[in-house]
Design a protein around this ligand. Structure first.
Ligand SMILES: [Zn+2]
Length: 304
C-alpha cells in the first residue's frame, strides 16, 4: 500500500528534519551528561524494557525514549520546532521522539525547555542505520502515472493532510500508549519497505498492513478523537484519530467510514470497515501511527 506514497510523504516532513540535521554538526560534538548518554544508549531497550510503550527503537521510522530527568513540572521538548510528547512524573520525565523514515543515521538531538521558561538544553541521541528491504508491487497504472486531474487532486489532498498531521492537543494525564490492534488478522512486517510500483520507485511504506476481509470492523486502538475523514486518491477511505500529545493514528483503504470529525472514541469502539479503496492490491487495513509528525512503526505500540 501505498498511502503515504505521497500523501503522508516525507516531503512534508523534511523542513523539521532538515532543521534537526542542521543542528547535528554542532550538537553532536557536545559532551553529554552521564544520564543523557545512558538514556541515548539503550537502542535495544525493546528487549530490556518489554513493558514500556512505545518500545524504543532508534532507527529511521522508530521511536527514541530520552530521559529528561526529574522536575517539579513537565518540561517541553522539541525536535526542530515540532513539539514532542513528554511522559512521566516528577521523578523522571521522558521525551518520546518519532524518528522520520527519511532520517539520516548518526547523531541527532532535541531541545528541552524547563517549565518556567528559563533554561534550555539539548539532549542528544544516536539514530542507528536500518536497511529496509525493497518491495515491488503491481497496481492500476493510473495510480502510478497520474493524469493532470489526478495530480491536481493529489496536491489538494496532500495540503489538506499536512494540516491534519500538524494536530497537537493535550495528552490525557493517565494515558497508556500501549495500543490495541485495530483489526484481527495477519500483520505484515512491511513498515519501512522501499516501494516500487509498476517498476517506479515511490516513498517507503509508512504503516502496517493487516490482512482482513472487506467489511471487517476497525476498532480504535486507544481513546481518541476523530480529526479527519475522507476518500483520498492514494489512501482511499480514510480516518485519522488524535490521541493527544502529537500522537495520531490513520486508517486507510476503508470500505466504509462510521464516524465523523469531532467524534470521541473509547478503546475498542468501531470507527470504520476494512476495504480495498485507493491504491491497493487487495483488501486490507493500512494502519499508520504518527508521532511528532513522523510516521513510525505501529509494531512499537502493540503486544507482539
Ligand atoms: Zn499499507
Amino acid at each position: 500500500m501505498h498511502d503515504n506514497t505521497r500523501t503522508t510523504s516525507p516531503d512534508l516532513l523534511t523542513p523539521a528534519l532538515n532543521r534537526r540535521c542542521a543542528l547535528l554538526g554542532t550538537l553532536g560534538l557536545l559532551a553529554l551528561p552521564a544520564t543523557h548518554a545512558a538514556a541515548a544508549a539503550p537502542a535495544k531497550s525493546k528487549q530490556s524494557h518489554p513493558a514500556v510503550w512505545p518500545h524504543a527503537s532508534q532507527v529511521p521510522g522508530g521511536v527514541a525514549r530520552l530521559s529528561l530527568g526529574p522536575g517539579a513540572k513537565r518540561p517541553t521538548a522539541f525536535a526542530g520546532d515540532v513539539p514532542l510528547l513528554v511522559m512521566g512524573d516528577v521523578i523522571e520525565w521522558t521525551a518520546l521522539v518519532g524518528i522520520p523514515l527519511a532520517a539520516k543515521p548518526g547523531e541527532a538531538s532535541i531541545t528541552v525547555r524547563a517549565e518556567n521558561g528559563g533554561s534550555e538544553r539539548q539532549v542528544a541521541y544516536t539514530v542507528t542505520d536500518k536497511q529496509y528491504r525493497e518491495q515491488r508491487l503491481t497496481v492500476a497504472p493510473r495510480t502510478v502515472d497520474l493524469s493532470p486531474e489526478d495530480e491536481a487532486r493529489y496536491v489538494r489532498e496532500r495540503d489538506h493532510q499536512a494540516g491534519v498531521m500538524a494536530t497537537l492537543t493535550d495528552l490525557r494525564p493517565d494515558a497508556s500508549l500501549q495500543m490495541r490492534v485495530p483489526v484481527p488478522g495477519r500483520r505484515s512486517s512491511s513498515f519501512g519497505l522501499r516501494r516500487v510500483f509498476n517498476g517506479q520507485s515511490r516513498n517507503p511504506h509508512s504503516g502496517m498492513d493487516i490482512a482482513a476481509g472487506t467489511g471487517t470492523p476497525v476498532l480504535a486502538p486507544l481513546p481518541g478523537r476523530v480529526i479527519d475523514t475522507g476518500d483520498y486518491f492514494f489512501n482511499g477511505g480514510t480516518v485519522w484519530l488524535d490521541h493527544g500529545g502529537g500522537l495520531l493514528t490513520m486508517y486507510c483503504h476503508l470500505s466504509r467510514v462510521d464516524v465523523k470529525v469531532g467524534d470521541v472514541l473509547k478503546t475498542g469502539e468501531p470507527l470504520a470497515a476494512v476495504g480495498a479503496t485507493g491504491r491497493v492490491t487487495g483488501p486490507h487495513l493500512h494502519w499508520g501511527v504518527m508521532l511528532n509528525r513522523a510516521m513510525v512503526d505501529p509494531a512499537l505500540f502493540i503486544q507482539t
